[in-house]
Each structure stands twice: as structure tokens, then as C-alpha cells.
Design a protein around this ligand. Sequence first.
Ligand code: NAD
Length: 710
Amino acid sequence: MLNYSVDAEGIATVEFDYPGKSQNILNAASMRAYADTMQKALADPAVKGIIVASAKKDFIAGGDLAELGAAKDAAAFHAAISDWHKFIRAVELGGKPVAAALNGSTLGGGMEIALGCHYRVAADNPKARFGFPEVTLGLLPGAGGTQRVPRLVGMMAAAPLLMEGKRIKVAEAQKIGMIHAVVPAGEERKAARKWVTDTLAAGTKPLQPWDTKGFKIPGGGPNTPGGMQMLMAANAMLREKTYDNYPAPRHILSCVYEGLSTNLDTGLAIEARYFTNLVMSPVSKNMIRSLFFGLQEANKLASRPAGVPQQKYTKIGMLGAGMMGAGIAMSTATAGIAIVLLDTTQEAADKGKDYARKQWTKQVQRGRMTAEAMDALLARIHPTASYGDLAGCELVVEAVFEKREIKAEVTKKTEAVIAADAIFASNTSTLPITGLAEASMRPANFIGLHFFSPAEKMPLVEIIVGKATSDATLARSMDYVRAIGKTPIVVNESRGFYTSRVFGTYVSEGMALLEEGVAPALIDKAGLIAGMPVGPLALADEVSIELVYKVAQQTRADLGSAYVERAADRVAGKMVADLGRLGRKSGAGFYDYPADGPKHLWTGLAALYPVKAQQPTLEEIIERLILVQSVETVRCLEEKVLRAPIDADVGAILGWAYPPFRGGPIGWLHTLGLPQALAAMDRLAAQHGSRFAAPQLLRDMAARGERFYA
Ligand code: NAD
């Protein structure tokens, strides 16, 4: 856990060395080991000063999230964190100089250990990052971070670190005053030692700034005019951005305001309470489960079929150089893989490459990429109209028009050229994969890879397994998704697959509310307050009401008498077929988009759907917009469209920016408790119809007292 040595001059080195891991992490065991060792060093008269260091390539990666996520006993947790505060205070006030030698990244609880030392020197390591990622998982830096950082660097510089989880490089950490010195990599221990021996030689008692007489918070405390102004603005900005759905940044602000209004010890006591509250809150448990463990599992390809050798990719084919094709080509080239970008004409293919050039040029102009790096990326994209160029591709993705016949034609032409074991993937958003695979000579090698727009940015790929798709094709497709740095979830065939199907219920519920006479401004605001990135009506405009309409028509044609009409089908029909209001792309949808000003709700909407006098409460609307997604997601689990609850939650957050504080559509049911969720569904189904009817799976689970997550 820790290595401990004392040299001839009485300088002790306490070295973190977590066994069996590439990184040092903080948990009950490693924290205990550190406290014991430091107490031994402080108590030993032969030890004059202490260096804290790491045996790994980084200093400390942060806290053990499994342990935090599992914490249940608030009183015990509060007692433990308060003890840790006391221990760090004992180091600060122990009278012996303590220096931290930071060889690499120093994050979260690791940065807090460093802040509890009198001196911090860091290696000039370009890969190293410093900061507090806690807030991104619904937590706060609870080992003194909210108190020491603003006392050290001022509230202004502390805000992005604490409230946004911003990670900074070594030069910036030094500039704002979070570390004292930067030295060439490998010299940091020597520099730490020099500071210790210099301090000993000077004979001054080492003290933290906040323990020295006349200490003032840099830039002023919370009760100075500047401080008050800053906190007021931060509070307002926070509410505007999050609608107060996230307790962590609010608690961080409270820690800063309340804690900096008093002395450090009282501030730490305040922080311990807020921290305990967050650790026990369902929000942090949801965020840790979905955004950390769920994401990690998906990225490690936990559900990849076993026994298939990993596929390395050197050449990918891309059919269709439109919006999606160009984006997928960019992601592929960025991963260092050559990509053949094919369209019907050379000109059309070139257009796709031009899109990539335009996007990357912006990066170059912003200093995020060198011109040489851009040239190297562009060199990997080969635009063409000739199928012969696809020879040698290990995988070909199709993103041509959403028409069965066109997709069938390009499948045949491609398979005539590519190797027998190459994979053919369709990026269709709606067409069943098994049906598309009928055009293929090798349906076992045929799969759906559903990217999201803009494909160069969006992190999720929904992999759709058709009836004939082989395990090897699935495994190798997952390798491609990871190779281009995206996160896969695997789903089985279903209309709309998983993401579009569930996401569509949110949009449709917004339209149902509109039909009922709920004020459109209230509907869209409720969506935002529910935590969704965009209100349902505005969202319909963005994806285009026409698309909603077309999908409805297609579904009606395919399902015949089994088709169940939804509000979205009626409303979209009216808007598109009757009024020609297609959405944002036509400048007219639920909103108007004047050229000379911001969008506003279309004034004609009131005549079409008169607003009734009695409006539902905000809570009622939010409940419907959120639960309708959960019901559909459980149906996907029941029908085995989804393979695991965590896929649903990760897919929702990455795919359509479902609010992470709820955990995901399944995480939210878990948060409510299944019996409570069931009661709400029964009530909503009675009021609004079968779309809220609880799936049998949920009834059975609730009856047996089961849960989706442990
Ligand atoms: P797009 O219209 O921007 O691009 C389609 C491209 O395919 C065009 O450049 C067109 O010239 C080319 N093309 C048409 N027929 C071809 C042929 N026979 N051979 C080669 N190229 C041909 O469309 P898009 O938005 O990029 O969508 C493409 C596919 O991706 C569709 O199946 C769509 O459903 C799916 N998709 C779209 C989105 C989205 O948000 N746009 C998201 C996921 C999936």
C-alpha cells in the first residue's frame, strides 16, 4: 500500500504504491495506511521532515467509487470523513515540513492529500492533470477540497475546478497557485527534499497560509462586495443551467459560502455534512452507476461474445458521403484508420471530405490541432465513386438514403468487391436489419451500426443484431466501435431499435399534452426542468416533424391492423401534411425561426390546439414526460430488445442526453422504487391510456421484491 523510508538526515519518504493496480486510489484501506504511516513519521523524533510521493506513473487517481457508491450508513460515513479531516489537520499543524512530490496526475482525494501538505512541487509532465472530478459524479471534494482550494487560489479561480470538475495542466495549476513549483520530470522528489531541508535550515515552523496570522482569502472572501457578486452570479448561472436538479454544485457553493465565512476547522465540519449528504443521495449513486461503472463496462466490451479474436482495423469503407457518412469518416480517420468514402459521384464524395476539412480547419484555427495533424487525417480519407476502391476493407458502413432498394443495391455492389469475411454494417435509423440483410449474400456478416448525429461528436453507437448476425460479426463490430473511441450498446431488432423507440415517446408525449390543450410553453419548459436537454416540441422541430411523420407513415404501412396510433402521428400529420410546417429545417414548425431574431413559438399554434383554462401542474407534466420513457424502456427489456438494464441507462444518457441525475430510464425506476413506479404507471394508464400500462416484467419484479440494480 505504502512504502516508508527514512534517510540519514531524518527525511522520511512516504510513497503511495497501491498493490495490484496501475494507479493509486484512495479507499478505507489506503487512507488508513497513509494516516498510520504519517502519524508514525510525525511522532518519531528521528524524523525531521516528510516527502509524500508515488511509486506509480501518476500521483493519485482519486477515490474508490465502488466504496463510495456502496456507502449506506450516513453517521458512520460522517464520522470517518471527520476523522480524515482531523488527520490532515494534524499533518498541517504537526510542526514538521511536509512536501508533496507530484510526478503525474493528481486528482480528487489525491489533490486533497497534496493540499494538506505545506509544499507542492510537480513534474513538468504534459500528460498530468490536476483537479476535482467529483462534481461530474454528483459528489464534492470532501476531504477539504472545497475549503482549501478557494483559500489558496481565490473563489474565482476555484469555481471551475470545484463546480465543473475542470482538470488543468501543470502550468495552469502553478499559475493559479495550487502548486508551488514545476521542475523537469524526475526531479520532483529532489526539489521536494530541498524545500524540506531549506525549511529546516531556516528554523521556521511550517504552516499553511490559513494557519498564519493575518491570512486573507485571495481576491476577497464571500462577504466582501466582490465575493458576494461572484457568488450571486454563480448561483444564478447554476440554476439557469441545471434547474437545480444537481445537488452537488449547489452544495459546493454552499460549502464555499458558509465555509469561507468562518475558520478552516468550522469550514471542514460544514463540508463533511454536505459531503455525507451527497454520498447518501440517489443522485450520486445514479451518476456513479451509469456514468462511471456502466460506461466503463460498455467501453471494456463486457458483453462482447467470448472466443472471437480481437479484430484490428486498417481500412474501412463508407457508403454515402452525406451528413452521417462524413462524420463517421472523420471518427474513423481520427482513430488512425484509412477510410474509403464512396458516393454516387466523385463530386458528392469530395463534398463529404470537404466537410471533414472544414470541421478540422476550425480546430486548427482554435489551436486545438496542428496543420500537419490535419493533413495526416485528411490523407486517410479517400473519396471515390468507384466500388473497386473498397477492396481490402475489413468493414463497410452504409449511410446512403433511407430507402430499402438503394440500400439493397449498394449492399450487392459492395459484397462483390470485399472479402468473404468482411462485415457489412447499415447505419439505418428505422429499417429492420434482418430485412436489409436479405439483400446480402452473407447475412451472418450483416449488422446494424446506428450512429448519432453529428457522428464525429456523438459518443454512442447502437449496435443492432439481426436474426442472422453471427456472434463473430457482433464481436468484431464492437472492436470497430471501440477503435474509433465510441461506446457501444448492443440491442436486438425492434422498430426504432432502442434509442429512437424510447426517445420517440418523449416527443410524442409532448404532442399528446399539446393535443390536450396544455400550453406549449409550459410543455417545453417542463421538459427542460425535467432535465432533458430540449423540450419535446422544440426537439421535434430539431429532428424535423417531417421525420416523425414519415416514420409514422412507414410504421402504419408495415403494421397494418396492428398499428396503434399515437398523438405524435396525428399532430405531426396535421403540421406536415396539412400545414407544411416541417420543423426547423423549413423555418417553420412548432416554432417560427425568423432570420433576424431568436425563435419563438408559432402564434398559429393557439388556434390549432386551444389552450384550456385548467392547466396541469408542472410536476404532473414532468412525471408524464419522464415515466413514458421508462415504461417503453422496460418493454424493451421485456421483449429482449435490450440485454441489460445498464445498457438502457448508458444508451439513454449518451444517445439522447437523458438526464444523468436520474440514472437513466431504468435508473429512475430504481430511484423511485418499483412499487412506487408501478403505482404511478397504473394511475397514469387509467388517466391517459395504455402507453403508460406497466409491463408484466415490472409487475413481476415488484411482486417478488426484486430490483433492477443491487
Ligand atoms: P444524407 O442525405 O445527408 O446523405 C446520404 C448520402 O448518400 C448522400 O450524399 C447521397 O448522395 C448518398 N447516396 C445516395 N444513394 C447512394 C448510392 N446508391 N451510392 C452511394 N451513395 C449514395 O443522409 P444522412 O443524414 O447522412 O443519412 C444517411 C443514413 O443514415 C440514412 O439511412 C439515415 O436514416 C441514417 N441516419 C441518419 C441520422 C441523422 O441524424 N441524419 C442518424 C442516424 C442514422
